[in-house]
Design a protein around this ligand. Structure first.
Ligand SMILES: [Zn+2]
Length: 486
Protein backbone atom coordinates (compact mmCIF):
# COMPACT_ATOMS: atom_id res chain seq x y z
CA UNK A 1 0.00 0.00 0.00
CA UNK A 2 1.46 3.35 -1.01
CA UNK A 3 1.90 6.04 1.62
CA UNK A 4 -0.74 8.17 -0.06
CA UNK A 5 -3.27 5.37 -0.06
CA UNK A 6 -2.44 4.57 3.53
CA UNK A 7 -2.97 8.22 4.46
CA UNK A 8 -6.32 8.11 2.68
CA UNK A 9 -7.39 4.97 4.54
CA UNK A 10 -6.19 6.42 7.84
CA UNK A 11 -8.25 9.58 7.25
CA UNK A 12 -11.23 7.51 6.24
CA UNK A 13 -11.01 5.36 9.34
CA UNK A 14 -10.67 8.49 11.47
CA UNK A 15 -13.69 10.12 9.82
CA UNK A 16 -15.76 6.98 10.45
CA UNK A 17 -14.81 6.97 14.10
CA UNK A 18 -15.30 10.71 14.38
CA UNK A 19 -18.87 10.36 13.14
CA UNK A 20 -19.65 8.72 16.47
CA UNK A 21 -17.62 11.14 18.59
CA UNK A 22 -18.81 14.42 20.09
CA UNK A 23 -19.85 15.21 23.65
CA UNK A 24 -23.27 13.53 23.40
CA UNK A 25 -25.06 16.81 24.20
CA UNK A 26 -27.91 17.95 21.98
CA UNK A 27 -27.34 20.36 19.12
CA UNK A 28 -29.78 23.25 19.36
CA UNK A 29 -30.83 26.12 17.14
CA UNK A 30 -32.92 29.11 18.25
CA UNK A 31 -34.33 31.29 15.51
CA UNK A 32 -36.03 34.62 16.21
CA UNK A 33 -37.67 36.21 13.19
CA UNK A 34 -38.25 39.95 13.55
CA UNK A 35 -38.62 42.55 10.81
CA UNK A 36 -36.34 41.81 7.89
CA UNK A 37 -33.94 39.56 9.79
CA UNK A 38 -33.72 36.10 11.34
CA UNK A 39 -31.52 36.11 14.47
CA UNK A 40 -29.98 32.67 14.94
CA UNK A 41 -28.22 31.20 17.98
CA UNK A 42 -26.79 27.71 17.65
CA UNK A 43 -25.09 25.42 20.12
CA UNK A 44 -23.30 22.66 18.21
CA UNK A 45 -20.65 20.00 18.44
CA UNK A 46 -18.08 20.81 15.73
CA UNK A 47 -16.10 17.70 14.82
CA UNK A 48 -14.28 18.56 11.59
CA UNK A 49 -12.33 21.68 10.62
CA UNK A 50 -15.11 23.04 8.39
CA UNK A 51 -18.26 24.87 9.42
CA UNK A 52 -20.67 25.17 6.49
CA UNK A 53 -23.82 26.61 5.06
CA UNK A 54 -25.14 23.99 2.59
CA UNK A 55 -26.39 24.08 -1.04
CA UNK A 56 -24.86 27.51 -1.52
CA UNK A 57 -25.45 28.90 -5.03
CA UNK A 58 -23.48 31.90 -6.27
CA UNK A 59 -25.66 34.60 -7.81
CA UNK A 60 -24.94 38.07 -9.17
CA UNK A 61 -24.07 40.37 -6.27
CA UNK A 62 -23.59 37.42 -3.87
CA UNK A 63 -20.40 35.51 -4.83
CA UNK A 64 -20.88 33.23 -1.81
CA UNK A 65 -24.61 32.90 -2.44
CA UNK A 66 -26.86 32.56 0.62
CA UNK A 67 -23.82 32.85 2.92
CA UNK A 68 -23.37 36.50 1.85
CA UNK A 69 -26.73 37.31 3.48
CA UNK A 70 -25.31 36.25 6.88
CA UNK A 71 -24.39 39.24 9.03
CA UNK A 72 -22.76 39.88 12.45
CA UNK A 73 -21.49 36.31 12.88
CA UNK A 74 -19.89 35.65 16.28
CA UNK A 75 -18.51 32.28 17.35
CA UNK A 76 -17.39 31.36 20.86
CA UNK A 77 -16.23 28.14 22.51
CA UNK A 78 -17.71 26.39 25.57
CA UNK A 79 -15.98 28.81 27.93
CA UNK A 80 -17.13 31.89 26.03
CA UNK A 81 -13.84 32.69 24.29
CA UNK A 82 -13.96 33.96 20.73
CA UNK A 83 -13.21 31.33 18.07
CA UNK A 84 -11.51 32.40 14.83
CA UNK A 85 -13.28 31.65 11.54
CA UNK A 86 -11.60 31.85 8.14
CA UNK A 87 -13.85 32.03 5.09
CA UNK A 88 -13.01 29.40 2.49
CA UNK A 89 -15.71 30.75 0.16
CA UNK A 90 -19.08 29.31 -0.89
CA UNK A 91 -20.35 29.20 2.68
CA UNK A 92 -17.46 27.14 4.10
CA UNK A 93 -15.40 28.39 7.08
CA UNK A 94 -12.21 26.89 8.48
CA UNK A 95 -12.52 26.49 12.27
CA UNK A 96 -10.79 24.53 15.06
CA UNK A 97 -12.67 21.23 15.25
CA UNK A 98 -13.36 18.76 18.06
CA UNK A 99 -15.09 21.28 20.31
CA UNK A 100 -18.53 22.67 21.14
CA UNK A 101 -19.30 25.97 19.41
CA UNK A 102 -21.80 28.70 20.17
CA UNK A 103 -22.86 30.65 17.07
CA UNK A 104 -24.74 33.95 16.86
CA UNK A 105 -25.59 35.50 13.52
CA UNK A 106 -28.30 37.26 11.55
CA UNK A 107 -29.70 36.18 8.22
CA UNK A 108 -30.92 39.14 6.16
CA UNK A 109 -34.25 38.12 4.65
CA UNK A 110 -33.45 39.59 1.25
CA UNK A 111 -33.30 36.35 -0.73
CA UNK A 112 -36.03 37.40 -3.16
CA UNK A 113 -33.98 40.37 -4.40
CA UNK A 114 -31.68 37.99 -6.30
CA UNK A 115 -32.13 35.96 -9.51
CA UNK A 116 -31.18 32.49 -8.17
CA UNK A 117 -30.20 29.98 -10.89
CA UNK A 118 -32.78 27.42 -9.68
CA UNK A 119 -35.34 30.06 -8.64
CA UNK A 120 -36.11 31.69 -5.27
CA UNK A 121 -38.56 28.83 -4.59
CA UNK A 122 -35.40 26.81 -3.77
CA UNK A 123 -33.82 29.50 -1.52
CA UNK A 124 -36.25 31.85 0.23
CA UNK A 125 -38.80 34.62 -0.31
CA UNK A 126 -41.28 36.80 1.57
CA UNK A 127 -45.01 37.21 1.06
CA UNK A 128 -47.50 39.45 2.89
CA UNK A 129 -48.33 36.38 5.01
CA UNK A 130 -44.81 35.48 6.11
CA UNK A 131 -41.54 34.08 4.88
CA UNK A 132 -40.39 30.86 3.16
CA UNK A 133 -36.83 29.83 3.98
CA UNK A 134 -34.93 26.67 3.24
CA UNK A 135 -32.94 25.17 6.09
CA UNK A 136 -29.83 25.70 3.97
CA UNK A 137 -30.47 29.48 3.94
CA UNK A 138 -30.79 29.57 7.73
CA UNK A 139 -28.49 27.04 9.40
CA UNK A 140 -24.77 26.34 9.73
CA UNK A 141 -23.56 22.85 10.62
CA UNK A 142 -20.39 20.76 10.51
CA UNK A 143 -19.43 20.67 6.83
CA UNK A 144 -17.79 17.22 6.88
CA UNK A 145 -19.21 15.15 9.72
CA UNK A 146 -22.98 14.73 10.11
CA UNK A 147 -24.29 15.99 13.47
CA UNK A 148 -24.26 13.03 15.83
CA UNK A 149 -26.39 14.09 18.81
CA UNK A 150 -30.09 14.99 18.68
CA UNK A 151 -31.01 18.21 16.85
CA UNK A 152 -33.66 20.51 18.30
CA UNK A 153 -34.88 23.74 16.70
CA UNK A 154 -37.00 26.41 18.41
CA UNK A 155 -38.59 29.38 16.66
CA UNK A 156 -39.57 32.69 18.23
CA UNK A 157 -42.01 34.29 15.81
CA UNK A 158 -44.05 37.50 15.52
CA UNK A 159 -47.54 37.32 17.15
CA UNK A 160 -50.02 35.22 15.13
CA UNK A 161 -47.29 33.46 13.10
CA UNK A 162 -46.99 29.67 12.88
CA UNK A 163 -43.90 27.57 12.11
CA UNK A 164 -44.61 25.05 9.31
CA UNK A 165 -41.93 22.36 9.00
CA UNK A 166 -41.81 18.66 8.01
CA UNK A 167 -40.04 17.85 11.33
CA UNK A 168 -41.33 16.11 14.48
CA UNK A 169 -43.23 18.70 16.56
CA UNK A 170 -42.48 18.93 20.30
CA UNK A 171 -44.69 21.99 20.78
CA UNK A 172 -46.08 24.59 18.36
CA UNK A 173 -42.71 26.23 17.82
CA UNK A 174 -40.22 23.49 18.78
CA UNK A 175 -39.16 20.57 16.59
CA UNK A 176 -36.85 17.56 16.67
CA UNK A 177 -34.93 17.05 13.45
CA UNK A 178 -33.72 13.59 12.39
CA UNK A 179 -30.48 14.54 10.62
CA UNK A 180 -28.30 17.31 9.25
CA UNK A 181 -29.83 16.60 5.83
CA UNK A 182 -33.37 17.05 7.21
CA UNK A 183 -32.20 20.27 8.87
CA UNK A 184 -30.64 21.86 5.81
CA UNK A 185 -32.52 20.28 2.88
CA UNK A 186 -36.08 21.41 3.54
CA UNK A 187 -38.46 24.25 2.79
CA UNK A 188 -39.98 25.94 5.88
CA UNK A 189 -42.76 28.53 6.08
CA UNK A 190 -43.24 30.99 8.93
CA UNK A 191 -46.30 33.21 9.01
CA UNK A 192 -50.07 33.48 9.02
CA UNK A 193 -50.78 31.54 5.78
CA UNK A 194 -53.44 28.82 5.97
CA UNK A 195 -52.19 25.30 6.60
CA UNK A 196 -53.93 21.92 6.68
CA UNK A 197 -52.91 18.27 6.87
CA UNK A 198 -54.06 15.28 4.83
CA UNK A 199 -53.15 11.57 5.08
CA UNK A 200 -52.78 9.37 1.99
CA UNK A 201 -50.65 6.42 0.92
CA UNK A 202 -49.08 6.13 4.40
CA UNK A 203 -47.91 9.72 4.20
CA UNK A 204 -48.90 12.81 6.23
CA UNK A 205 -48.85 15.93 4.06
CA UNK A 206 -49.09 19.46 5.41
CA UNK A 207 -50.17 21.97 2.81
CA UNK A 208 -49.38 25.67 3.32
CA UNK A 209 -51.34 27.87 0.92
CA UNK A 210 -50.85 31.52 0.11
CA UNK A 211 -54.27 33.24 0.41
CA UNK A 212 -54.88 33.34 -3.36
CA UNK A 213 -54.83 29.52 -3.34
CA UNK A 214 -57.12 28.75 -0.39
CA UNK A 215 -60.23 28.52 -2.65
CA UNK A 216 -58.44 25.85 -4.74
CA UNK A 217 -57.59 23.69 -1.71
CA UNK A 218 -60.00 20.82 -2.66
CA UNK A 219 -58.41 20.76 -6.14
CA UNK A 220 -54.88 20.46 -4.68
CA UNK A 221 -55.98 17.82 -2.15
CA UNK A 222 -57.67 15.69 -4.81
CA UNK A 223 -54.55 15.71 -6.98
CA UNK A 224 -52.14 15.08 -4.07
CA UNK A 225 -54.22 12.27 -2.57
CA UNK A 226 -54.74 10.50 -5.93
CA UNK A 227 -51.12 10.82 -7.07
CA UNK A 228 -49.75 9.69 -3.67
CA UNK A 229 -51.81 6.50 -3.83
CA UNK A 230 -50.70 5.85 -7.42
CA UNK A 231 -46.99 6.40 -6.63
CA UNK A 232 -47.20 4.06 -3.62
CA UNK A 233 -48.49 1.34 -5.98
CA UNK A 234 -46.02 2.22 -8.74
CA UNK A 235 -42.96 1.86 -6.46
CA UNK A 236 -44.42 -0.89 -4.28
CA UNK A 237 -44.26 1.07 -1.01
CA UNK A 238 -44.27 4.47 0.69
CA UNK A 239 -41.39 6.98 0.41
CA UNK A 240 -38.60 7.02 2.99
CA UNK A 241 -40.01 9.86 5.11
CA UNK A 242 -43.60 9.87 6.38
CA UNK A 243 -44.17 13.54 7.12
CA UNK A 244 -44.01 16.10 4.31
CA UNK A 245 -44.59 19.81 3.84
CA UNK A 246 -45.76 21.59 0.67
CA UNK A 247 -45.64 25.38 0.39
CA UNK A 248 -47.58 27.07 -2.43
CA UNK A 249 -47.43 30.76 -3.29
CA UNK A 250 -47.89 33.04 -6.26
CA UNK A 251 -45.10 33.82 -8.70
CA UNK A 252 -44.96 34.18 -12.47
CA UNK A 253 -42.14 31.59 -12.74
CA UNK A 254 -44.50 28.68 -11.93
CA UNK A 255 -41.38 26.85 -10.72
CA UNK A 256 -41.02 24.18 -8.05
CA UNK A 257 -38.21 22.66 -6.00
CA UNK A 258 -38.08 19.39 -4.02
CA UNK A 259 -36.20 18.86 -0.74
CA UNK A 260 -35.64 15.94 1.66
CA UNK A 261 -39.25 15.97 2.88
CA UNK A 262 -40.83 19.09 1.47
CA UNK A 263 -41.37 21.04 -1.69
CA UNK A 264 -41.91 24.63 -2.55
CA UNK A 265 -44.06 25.59 -5.52
CA UNK A 266 -45.03 28.76 -7.34
CA UNK A 267 -48.21 29.14 -9.38
CA UNK A 268 -48.91 31.91 -11.87
CA UNK A 269 -52.33 33.47 -11.23
CA UNK A 270 -55.31 31.55 -9.82
CA UNK A 271 -55.21 27.75 -9.73
CA UNK A 272 -58.19 26.58 -11.80
CA UNK A 273 -59.20 23.78 -14.16
CA UNK A 274 -57.63 25.49 -17.19
CA UNK A 275 -54.11 25.80 -15.79
CA UNK A 276 -54.18 22.58 -13.78
CA UNK A 277 -52.26 21.13 -16.75
CA UNK A 278 -49.36 23.38 -15.67
CA UNK A 279 -49.41 23.56 -11.85
CA UNK A 280 -50.82 20.05 -11.47
CA UNK A 281 -47.91 18.79 -13.52
CA UNK A 282 -45.31 20.61 -11.39
CA UNK A 283 -47.03 19.40 -8.20
CA UNK A 284 -47.22 15.77 -9.41
CA UNK A 285 -43.57 15.93 -10.56
CA UNK A 286 -42.27 17.28 -7.23
CA UNK A 287 -44.39 14.78 -5.29
CA UNK A 288 -42.90 11.91 -7.33
CA UNK A 289 -39.40 13.04 -6.25
CA UNK A 290 -40.24 11.84 -2.72
CA UNK A 291 -39.70 8.39 -4.28
CA UNK A 292 -37.51 8.95 -7.35
CA UNK A 293 -34.68 11.14 -6.09
CA UNK A 294 -35.19 11.12 -2.31
CA UNK A 295 -35.96 7.44 -1.55
CA UNK A 296 -34.15 6.05 -4.60
CA UNK A 297 -31.05 8.24 -4.76
CA UNK A 298 -28.49 8.36 -7.61
CA UNK A 299 -24.77 8.14 -6.85
CA UNK A 300 -24.04 11.44 -8.60
CA UNK A 301 -25.11 13.90 -11.33
CA UNK A 302 -24.64 11.30 -14.12
CA UNK A 303 -28.09 9.90 -13.29
CA UNK A 304 -29.89 13.29 -13.13
CA UNK A 305 -31.48 12.16 -16.41
CA UNK A 306 -33.20 9.28 -14.60
CA UNK A 307 -34.09 11.38 -11.55
CA UNK A 308 -35.65 14.16 -13.64
CA UNK A 309 -36.47 12.37 -16.91
CA UNK A 310 -38.14 9.27 -15.47
CA UNK A 311 -40.01 11.58 -13.06
CA UNK A 312 -41.27 13.69 -15.97
CA UNK A 313 -42.33 10.65 -18.01
CA UNK A 314 -44.03 8.94 -15.04
CA UNK A 315 -45.79 12.22 -14.21
CA UNK A 316 -47.32 12.27 -17.71
CA UNK A 317 -48.22 8.56 -17.47
CA UNK A 318 -49.92 8.77 -14.08
CA UNK A 319 -51.76 12.06 -14.75
CA UNK A 320 -53.26 10.35 -17.82
CA UNK A 321 -54.08 7.14 -15.92
CA UNK A 322 -55.75 9.16 -13.16
CA UNK A 323 -57.79 11.20 -15.61
CA UNK A 324 -56.18 14.56 -14.78
CA UNK A 325 -55.26 14.97 -18.45
CA UNK A 326 -57.40 13.72 -21.37
CA UNK A 327 -56.06 12.30 -24.63
CA UNK A 328 -55.58 15.66 -26.44
CA UNK A 329 -53.60 17.00 -23.44
CA UNK A 330 -51.67 13.72 -23.18
CA UNK A 331 -50.60 14.05 -26.82
CA UNK A 332 -49.55 17.68 -26.22
CA UNK A 333 -47.47 16.51 -23.26
CA UNK A 334 -45.90 13.75 -25.38
CA UNK A 335 -45.13 16.33 -28.12
CA UNK A 336 -43.26 18.45 -25.55
CA UNK A 337 -40.87 15.59 -24.74
CA UNK A 338 -39.07 15.34 -28.13
CA UNK A 339 -39.43 19.11 -28.60
CA UNK A 340 -37.38 19.83 -25.45
CA UNK A 341 -34.74 17.38 -26.68
CA UNK A 342 -34.71 19.07 -30.09
CA UNK A 343 -34.30 22.53 -28.50
CA UNK A 344 -31.33 21.22 -26.49
CA UNK A 345 -29.58 19.52 -29.41
CA UNK A 346 -30.42 21.87 -32.30
CA UNK A 347 -31.17 25.33 -30.87
CA UNK A 348 -28.85 25.25 -27.82
CA UNK A 349 -26.21 23.12 -29.58
CA UNK A 350 -25.74 20.95 -26.48
CA UNK A 351 -23.41 18.27 -27.85
CA UNK A 352 -22.73 16.23 -24.69
CA UNK A 353 -24.49 12.98 -23.80
CA UNK A 354 -27.71 13.10 -21.77
CA UNK A 355 -25.84 11.58 -18.80
CA UNK A 356 -23.04 14.19 -19.00
CA UNK A 357 -25.61 17.02 -19.21
CA UNK A 358 -26.44 16.37 -15.54
CA UNK A 359 -23.15 17.90 -14.42
CA UNK A 360 -24.49 21.39 -15.14
CA UNK A 361 -28.19 20.80 -14.64
CA UNK A 362 -29.64 24.32 -14.81
CA UNK A 363 -28.10 25.49 -18.14
CA UNK A 364 -28.51 21.98 -19.61
CA UNK A 365 -32.06 21.67 -18.31
CA UNK A 366 -33.66 20.91 -21.71
CA UNK A 367 -31.25 18.03 -22.36
CA UNK A 368 -31.47 16.56 -18.83
CA UNK A 369 -35.30 16.72 -18.70
CA UNK A 370 -36.08 16.36 -22.44
CA UNK A 371 -33.42 13.75 -23.22
CA UNK A 372 -34.04 12.03 -19.88
CA UNK A 373 -37.82 11.74 -20.31
CA UNK A 374 -37.34 10.59 -23.91
CA UNK A 375 -34.99 7.85 -22.64
CA UNK A 376 -37.37 6.78 -19.84
CA UNK A 377 -40.28 6.68 -22.30
CA UNK A 378 -38.24 4.61 -24.79
CA UNK A 379 -37.04 2.28 -22.00
CA UNK A 380 -40.61 1.66 -20.83
CA UNK A 381 -41.75 0.68 -24.34
CA UNK A 382 -38.59 -1.39 -24.95
CA UNK A 383 -39.13 -3.36 -21.71
CA UNK A 384 -42.74 -4.03 -22.72
CA UNK A 385 -41.72 -5.16 -26.22
CA UNK A 386 -38.97 -7.48 -24.95
CA UNK A 387 -41.18 -9.09 -22.29
CA UNK A 388 -44.26 -9.47 -24.54
CA UNK A 389 -45.94 -6.85 -22.29
CA UNK A 390 -45.43 -8.79 -19.06
CA UNK A 391 -43.24 -5.99 -17.59
CA UNK A 392 -42.38 -2.34 -18.07
CA UNK A 393 -40.80 0.65 -16.35
CA UNK A 394 -42.92 0.19 -13.17
CA UNK A 395 -41.17 -3.19 -12.64
CA UNK A 396 -37.79 -1.42 -12.81
CA UNK A 397 -38.99 1.17 -10.26
CA UNK A 398 -40.07 -1.61 -7.91
CA UNK A 399 -36.74 -3.41 -8.31
CA UNK A 400 -34.89 -0.14 -7.55
CA UNK A 401 -37.15 0.52 -4.57
CA UNK A 402 -36.55 -2.99 -3.13
CA UNK A 403 -32.78 -2.81 -3.55
CA UNK A 404 -32.03 0.86 -2.82
CA UNK A 405 -35.18 2.37 -1.30
CA UNK A 406 -34.75 1.61 2.37
CA UNK A 407 -31.07 0.68 2.36
CA UNK A 408 -29.83 4.26 2.08
CA UNK A 409 -27.45 3.10 -0.67
CA UNK A 410 -27.32 5.09 -3.94
CA UNK A 411 -27.71 3.46 -7.36
CA UNK A 412 -25.57 4.02 -10.46
CA UNK A 413 -25.92 3.50 -14.21
CA UNK A 414 -24.66 -0.11 -13.97
CA UNK A 415 -27.46 -0.86 -11.49
CA UNK A 416 -30.06 0.50 -13.93
CA UNK A 417 -28.58 -1.63 -16.73
CA UNK A 418 -28.40 -4.75 -14.52
CA UNK A 419 -31.96 -4.47 -13.16
CA UNK A 420 -33.52 -3.49 -16.50
CA UNK A 421 -31.67 -6.34 -18.29
CA UNK A 422 -32.84 -8.77 -15.60
CA UNK A 423 -36.46 -7.73 -16.19
CA UNK A 424 -36.09 -7.83 -20.00
CA UNK A 425 -34.21 -11.15 -19.97
CA UNK A 426 -31.68 -9.66 -22.42
CA UNK A 427 -28.87 -7.08 -22.34
CA UNK A 428 -30.20 -3.50 -22.29
CA UNK A 429 -26.78 -1.82 -22.12
CA UNK A 430 -26.57 -1.06 -25.88
CA UNK A 431 -30.12 0.36 -25.83
CA UNK A 432 -29.52 2.56 -22.76
CA UNK A 433 -26.09 3.63 -24.05
CA UNK A 434 -27.68 4.78 -27.28
CA UNK A 435 -30.34 6.71 -25.33
CA UNK A 436 -28.19 8.48 -22.71
CA UNK A 437 -24.47 7.93 -23.36
CA UNK A 438 -24.39 8.81 -27.05
CA UNK A 439 -23.89 12.32 -28.41
CA UNK A 440 -25.97 11.56 -31.51
CA UNK A 441 -29.68 12.20 -32.06
CA UNK A 442 -31.93 9.62 -30.39
CA UNK A 443 -34.86 8.55 -32.56
CA UNK A 444 -38.21 8.42 -30.71
CA UNK A 445 -40.28 7.20 -33.69
CA UNK A 446 -39.88 3.45 -32.89
CA UNK A 447 -41.09 4.11 -29.31
CA UNK A 448 -44.23 5.88 -30.51
CA UNK A 449 -44.84 3.21 -33.17
CA UNK A 450 -44.63 0.58 -30.41
CA UNK A 451 -47.67 2.26 -28.82
CA UNK A 452 -49.62 2.63 -32.08
CA UNK A 453 -48.80 6.35 -32.24
CA UNK A 454 -47.12 8.48 -34.87
CA UNK A 455 -45.21 11.71 -34.81
CA UNK A 456 -45.64 14.08 -37.74
CA UNK A 457 -43.84 17.34 -38.01
CA UNK A 458 -41.26 19.61 -39.43
CA UNK A 459 -38.40 20.88 -37.21
CA UNK A 460 -40.01 22.17 -33.99
CA UNK A 461 -43.57 21.41 -35.15
CA UNK A 462 -44.57 18.11 -33.64
CA UNK A 463 -47.91 16.33 -33.75
CA UNK A 464 -48.55 13.04 -31.96
CA UNK A 465 -51.65 11.12 -33.04
CA UNK A 466 -52.95 7.57 -33.18
CA UNK A 467 -51.70 5.59 -36.19
CA UNK A 468 -54.88 4.37 -37.95
CA UNK A 469 -53.13 1.20 -39.16
CA UNK A 470 -51.68 0.24 -35.74
CA UNK A 471 -51.94 -3.40 -34.67
CA UNK A 472 -54.03 -4.61 -31.75
CA UNK A 473 -50.85 -5.36 -29.72
CA UNK A 474 -49.67 -1.75 -30.02
CA UNK A 475 -53.12 -0.38 -29.20
CA UNK A 476 -53.33 -2.61 -26.12
CA UNK A 477 -49.85 -1.48 -25.05
CA UNK A 478 -50.94 2.18 -25.31
CA UNK A 479 -53.88 1.30 -23.06
CA UNK A 480 -51.62 -0.46 -20.56
CA UNK A 481 -49.41 2.63 -20.28
CA UNK A 482 -51.77 5.60 -20.52
CA UNK A 483 -55.45 4.58 -20.33
CA UNK A 484 -57.56 6.06 -17.56
CA UNK A 485 -58.04 3.64 -14.67
CA UNK A 486 -60.42 5.57 -12.48
ZN1 LIG B 1 -37.53 17.47 -10.68
Amino acid sequence: MSLLRFAFFACFAFASLAAHAGDGKPNTYEVRIAGDRAHVQADLWQESGTLSMFNVMAVEGLPNGQADLVDRMQVTDASGHAVALKSLGEGDFAVQGNQRLHLRYDVKLEHDRHAWPAGKDEVGYRTDEGVMLTGASLFFADGDVPLDGPIRVHFDLPPGWRANTPWTPIDANTFDVASRRELTSNALFFGTAASSTLNAGGVELTLVLGKRYVPAKPRFERLLRTQLETYTQLFGGPPRAHRYLIVINEDASGDGGAFASSFSQFIQGDADARNEVVWGYVMAHELLHFWNGLTIVPTDWHEEWFKEGATDYLTIMTLARNGFIDEPLLFKRLENVPRRYLIARVAQHLGMSVRDAGKDKQPNRQLVYGGGSLAAFALDVELRKRTHDRAGLPDLLQALYREFGQAGRPYGFDDLVRLASGIAGSDLRPFLSDAVESTGYFDIHPTLAGLGLRLDGFLDEMYVSREPGAGSGERARFGAVFATRR
